[in-house]
Design a protein around this ligand. Structure first.
Ligand SMILES: [Zn+2]
Length: 387
């Protein structure tokens, strides 16, 4: 392949991925996000339209401004099946190009029972969704609450998923449904989903998911950053206290998870005599302003803020987005914001947004759908390049 053709191929792929994720849908937005001149974008878009990969959807007025030609991925009836697997529930449904979702439902799911019962149940849920979906089924996207080996599509040393370590999740769905399957960590996909949902707002950010566990995803230049061994953003095992006698799921002492996660709060509050057995109990009591629970959430938020402050000073992102069920609790969010503001240098605080995610409960779902549909496009591109 000539160098020229490689350049064209890479820029085309980038544009396709931005349109597929919903981060952009006009030539001007594509120029903004890629940093390329508008004339170059127009040429590449024209080429993609000729190839049948992109369609021109006509002109639309944005906020009373000049009308702009809106672009979309062709074959907009195509969709991905998506599942966001949590420790106790799974959300499953379909995702379409541009970040939209349909037929999403929540079902019980117990990761502690091992992979096979759960994934077989998910097969049935997917079959049910497929029977109601319209359009062309292209791919599957799975979000897992664990580190993921991207080479194999398997959980990688998951802390609270007995029997799942190395289990071939990707192969399970490839063999059952015969389509490409993408598998990634849920906090990574939360970052992708939020980035897609907010479109042009920020391209360098940290997105944190706080619920029963804690995880973070890092977006650099608009793309998810996985790191050398796919562990970027895994802040949960940063040691934050030396005196905490509670052992973490990783075997170490004093990790962030032992003081700031839902799992940690359930443990410390129940030891203090408060009737909580799962993260949602903590959330319910916090919403009723039970003083001990509110105080515990403030302490948890402060610990998370300490770790994020180091990340912000180091990475200088434009935004820190907080997602997961704890992000709905004001005492928690306020403590995170306060700690970051107190500990960060003014130069990195300038313009830094520290906010709740806007994409809500479906952030990881949207992110998993974006990745799955981008994989389908990648296959289309490979087919085209071979022609
Ligand atoms: Zn740990």
């Amino acid at each position: 392949m000539t160098k020229r053709r490689a350049v064209v191929k890479n820029s085309s792929k980038h544009i396709l991925f931005l349109l597929a994720s919903g981060q952009a849908n006009t030539r001007t937005e594509l120029a903004h996000l890629t940093g390329s001149p508008l004339s170059t974008i127009s040429d590449t878009v024209q080429s993609l339209i000729r190839q049948g990969l992109v369609s021109d959807e006509g002109s639309v007025c944005f906020s009373g401004g000049r009308p702009r030609q809106v672009l979309a991925i062709s074959h907009s009836d195509e969709f991905a099946l998506v599942a966001d697997i949590g420790r106790h529930h799974v959300r499953a449904g379909i995702a379409r190009y541009g970040g939209s979702t349909e037929l999403v439902r929540t079902s019980q799911f117990d990761t502690f029972k091992g992979p096979e019962p759960g994934l077989q149940a998910l097969d049935s849920i997917f079959e049910s969704v497929l029977s109601q979906a319209s359009g062309s089924f292209r791919s599957i996207g799975i979000a897992l609450p664990s580190p993921v080996n991207l080479d194999t599509g398997s959980p990688n040393q998951p802390a609270t998923m007995p029997g799942w370590d190395g289990y071939p999740v990707r192969r399970h769905f490839e063999e059952h449904f015969g389509v490409p399957v993408t598998v990634d960590n849920d906090a990574n996909l939360l970052a992708v989903g939020e980035s897609s949902f907010r479109r042009l707002s920020h391209s360098n950010l940290i997105a944190v998911k706080v619920g029963t566990g804690i995880g973070a995803g890092v977006i650099v230049g608009g793309n998810l950053y996985h790191g050398a061994w796919n562990e970027a953003g895994d802040i949960t095992h940063v040691r934050v206290v030396d005196s905490n006698p509670l052992r973490c799921s990783c075997g170490q002492m004093g990790c962030l998870e032992t003081v700031a996660s839902g799992y940690a709060l359930v443990r410390t509050l129940s030891e203090a005599g408060i009737a909580v057995s799962q993260t949602m109990d903590v959330v319910d009591l916090a919403r009723r302003d039970v003083p001990e629970v509110v105080s515990a959430l403030r302490r948890a938020g402060a610990y998370l803020g300490q770790v994020l402050a180091v990340s912000v000073n180091f990475f200088n992102p434009e935004a820190v987005y907080i997602g997961g069920i704890f992000s709905t609790l004001k005492p928690f969010i306020s403590a995170v914001q306060q700690e970051i503001r107190q500990r960060c240098h003014p130069l990195v605080m300038k313009g830094l947004a520290i906010e709740r995610t806007q994409s809500g409960i479906d952030a990881e779902f949207i992110g998993a759908g974006v990745f799955a549909l981008q994989q389908a496009l990648r296959n289309d591109m490979q087919t085209f390049m071979r022609q």
